[in-house]
Design a protein around this ligand. Structure first.
Ligand SMILES: Nc1ncnc2c1ncn2[C@@H]1O[C@H](COP(=O)(O)OP(=O)(O)OP(=O)(O)O)[C@@H](O)[C@H]1O
Ligand SMILES: [Mg+2]
Length: 542
C-alpha cells in the first residue's frame, strides 16, 4: 500500500497512509528512507525517519514496510558488523563505498552463503516449536536449528544448502527456513526465568573478586568523561567467559569503534584460541550516524542477543553508552512535542529502560535448555553527576553498579572502579561459587575488603599526624593497602595483565597478604617496623 508525505518537521514526518499500526515500518519518499510509526491520528501517521531526510519533499510517496520493525535471526550473525537497523556495514561498503547511500537496504544476512546442515531427526517425525531439526556449524559453535511450527516433517535437508533454501518441509506444505524475522521491540519468549547462579568471569580482578556478577545479571558502569568506560567495556568483551558477545557502540566516537574492529579482527579468544570476532556481533551506531536509529539500535542488538540465548548459550550484551541512547530518546520525544520530564528526558524514560533491562536473565529455553543474557552497560552522566536521571533510572533496575571515579582516573588508577561506592547484588553468593573452585577465595576477599576499609579510615588520621605518627601495625596496613591498590586492583588493559584468570587473581592477592602476615609476625616478635621491613626485603622468598 502507498500514501504520501503531508508535512515534515525535522526527522518527524506526517504521512497519509491508512491501515498502519504504531511500531510499523514504512519507507518514506523516493529515496525509501526507513522509518517507524510512532503516533497515529486517524488515517494519518507520524513517522520517525531513521535517516537524514534532507531533500525530502511534501507529496513524495510513502510505502508500507510490511509490519513492525524486524531483525533477521539465523546463522551468520556472528562476526558481523551492523548499524542500528541491522544493515550489514561491510556489505554497504561493498555496494556504496565508504559513505552510506541513504535508503540502502541490503538483507542483513548473506542469503547465498552455504551452510552444512546436519539433520537431528528423520523425515516422518512430528515436531513442535522448540524441537531440534538439526545443526549447522557457525564458527566455534554448533548452531541448533529449531522448529518454529508444529507438524509432521515431510522432508528434511541434509548437507550443504544456502541460507535462502528451506531446511525442512512439513506435511501440508509449510516450509521452515534457516532464518527468521523477529519484531525488535518484542522480547523473545522463553519457558520462564531461572535464578542466576553461575558467576560471569570477566578477567578483571577488581570485578571478579570484589563485585562479581552472575550470568544473567545486569551491571551498569557510570563514569565521568575519560574515566575508562570504553576501555573497561572492551576488555570485558574480549575476555568474559561467555559464548557470544553483542557489543553496541551507541552514539560514541567512530574512531573508537574502528579501533575495536581492528583489534578484534587480530585477537584470539583466550579460551577457544579462535578469532575473537567469531563469537562477537558488533552493532555500530556512532555519534556521526543518524540519531533516530540509535534509539532502535539497542533493541536490534538485544534481539540478536536473545536469539543466541535461546540456542542455550551464555550471551553478554555490552552497550557504550546508554546515556547516548537516552539522549536520542529525548531528541525524538522533543520532536514529538511530548511533555518533558526531568532534565528534558521523556517521562517514560524509567519504564522504557526497565523494560529493556528486563530482557536480561537466565531462561529455560523452548528446547528445554538453559540460556543466559547478561548486560554490562556504560552510562555517561554529564559532569560525573550520578544523581542525573539516566544513572538513577539504571540504578533502580540494575543488580550491580561499577562506579568509575574521576579522582582514581586522574591518578591513572585503572580500572577506576571506586571500591567503596560500587556494589553487586550477586557479590556474596558469587564469591561462594568462586570459593568452590578456588579454595580460599572467600577468606582472601574478606581480608581485602577489610584492609581497604581500614585504610580509608586511617588515611584521615595519616593526613593529620603523618605516616611516621601512625602505630607500627597501622603503618604496615597502609603499606599493604597501597600494594593492594597498585598491584592488585590496578590492571592495565594495554599489557599482558589485561586478563587475569581467577586462579591468577587469587594467587596475586594471596602473595600480598602472605607478605603482610610475615611482616606482622615480625612486629609481634618485637622488631620495629623498619627492622621488620628490612628483614622482609632481605629474606623474602623470591
Ligand atoms: N584499564 C585501563 N588500562 C589502561 N589505561 C586505561 C584503562 N582504562 C582507561 N585507560 C586510559 O584512559 C583513557 C580514557 O579511557 P576511555 O576512553 O575508556 O574513557 P571513557 O570513560 O570511555 O571516556 P568518554 O567519557 O570520553 O567516553 C584511555 O585512553 C586510556 O589511556
Ligand atoms: Mg568512552
Amino acid at each position: 500500500m502507498s500514501g504520501q508525505v503531508i508535512s515534515i518537521s525535522g526527522a518527524t514526518v506526517r504521512i497519509d497512509l491508512p491501515g498502519l499500526k504504531v511500531g510499523d515500518r514504512v519507507l518514506v519518499g523516493v529515496q525509501r528512507l526507513p522509518g517507524e510509526v510512532v503516533r497515529l491520528h486517524g488515517a494519518q501517521a507520524i513517522v520517525q525517519v531513521f535517516e537524514e531526510n534532507r531533500g525530502l519533499g511534501v507529496g513524495e510517496p510513502v510505502r508500507d514496510g510490511g509490519g513492525p520493525l524486524k531483525v533477521v535471526l539465523g546463522p551468520g550473525l556472528l562476526g558481523q558488523v551492523f548499524d542500528g537497523l541491522q544493515r550489514p556495514l561491510p556489505e554497504l561498503r561493498r555496494l556504496d563505498g565508504a559513505f552510506m547511500r541513504r535508503g540502502s537496504d541490503p538483507f542483513p544476512l548473506d542469503l547465498a552463503r552455504r551452510w552444512t546442515f546436519r539433520p537431528g531427526l528423520a523425515a516422518g517425525a512430528a515436531v513442535a516449536p522448540g524441537d531440534l531439526l538439526g545443526t549447522v556449524r557457525e564458527g566455534h559453535l554448533d548452531h541448533p536449528i529449531f522448529a518454529r511450527e508444529s507438524g509432521e516433517v515431510a522432508w528434511l535437508a541434509a548437507g550443504e544448502l544456502p541460507l535462502a533454501a528451506p531446511v525442512a518441509r512439513l506435511a501440508g506444505g509449510g516450509e521452515l527456513p534457516l532464518w527468521q524475522a523477529w519484531p525488535v521491540r518484542r522480547p523473545r519468549p522463553s519457558r520462564g526465568k531461572q535464578v542466576p547462579a553461575r558467576p560471569l568471569v570477566t578477567g578483571q580482578r577488581a570485578l571478579d573478586l570484589l563485585f562479581p556478577l552472575f550470568k544473567g545479571g545486569v551491571a551498569i558502569i557510570p563514569g565521568g568523561f575519560g574515566t575508562g568506560k570504553t576501555v573497561l567495556e572492551q576488555s570485558i568483551a574480549k575476555y568474559a567467559d561467555v559464548d557470544v558477545v553483542v557489543y553496541v557502540g551507541c552514539g560514541e566516537r567512530g574512531n573508537e569503534m574502528a579501533g575495536l574492529l581492528d583489534e578484534f579482527a587480530s585477537l584470539e579468544d583466550p579460551r577457544s584460541g579462535r578469532p575473537l570476532m567469531e563469537r562477537t556481533i558488533v552493532v555500530a551506531n556512532t555519534s556521526n550516524m543518524p540519531v533516530a536509529a540509535r534509539e532502535s539500535s539497542i533493541f536490534t542488538a538485544v534481539s540478536m542477543a536473545e536469539y543466541y540465548r535461546d540456542l542455550g548459550l551464555d550471551v553478554l550484551f555490552l552497550a557504550d553508552s546508554l546515556s547516548r541512547w537516552a539522549e536520542a530518546l529525548r531528541e525524538i520525544s522533543a520532536a514529538l512535542e511530548e511533555m518533558p520530564g526531568e532534565d528534558g528526558y521523556p517521562t517514560y524514560l524509567g519504564s522504557k529502560l526497565a523494560a529493556f533491562i528486563e530482557r536480561a536473565g537466565v531462561v529455560e529455553t523452548a528446547a528445554g535448555g538453559t540460556g543466559s543474557l547478561s548486560m554490562i552497560l556504560a552510562v555517561s552522566p554529564p559532569g560525573a553527576d550520578f544523581s542525573e536521571p539516566v544513572t538513577q533510572a539504571c540504578l533502580r533496575v540494575a543488580g550491580a553498579f561499577y562506579q568509575l571515579d574521576t579522582r582514581l582516573a586522574h591518578r591513572r588508577h585503572f580500572p577506576a572502579i571506586n571500591w567503596t561506592q560500587s556494589y553487586s547484588q550477586h557479590a556474596d553468593p558469587a564469591a561462594v561459587c568462586f570459593d568452590g573452585d578456588h579454595p580460599g577465595w572467600g577468606e582472601q576477599r574478606r581480608r581485602l575488603r577489610e584492609l581497604l576499609q581500614r585504610e580509608d579510615e586511617l588515611r584521615e588520621v595519616a593526613e593529620v599526624v603523618g605516616m611516621e605518627g601512625l602505630q607500627e601495625r597501622d603503618r604496615l596496613l597502609m603499606r599493604t593497602a597501597e600494594r593492594l591498590r597498585l598491584e592488585f586492583l590496578c590492571q592495565n588493559s594495554f599489557t599482558a595483565d589485561a586478563y587475569s584468570a581467577p586462579a591468577a587473581t587469587l594467587q596475586r592477592l594471596a602473595a600480598i597478604l602472605v607478605e603482610h602476615d610475615r611482616i606482622g609476625a615480625a612486629l609481634d616478635s618485637g622488631l620495629t617496623y623498619s627492622e621488620a621491613l628490612a628483614r622482609e626485603v632481605c629474606d623474602a622468598p623470591r
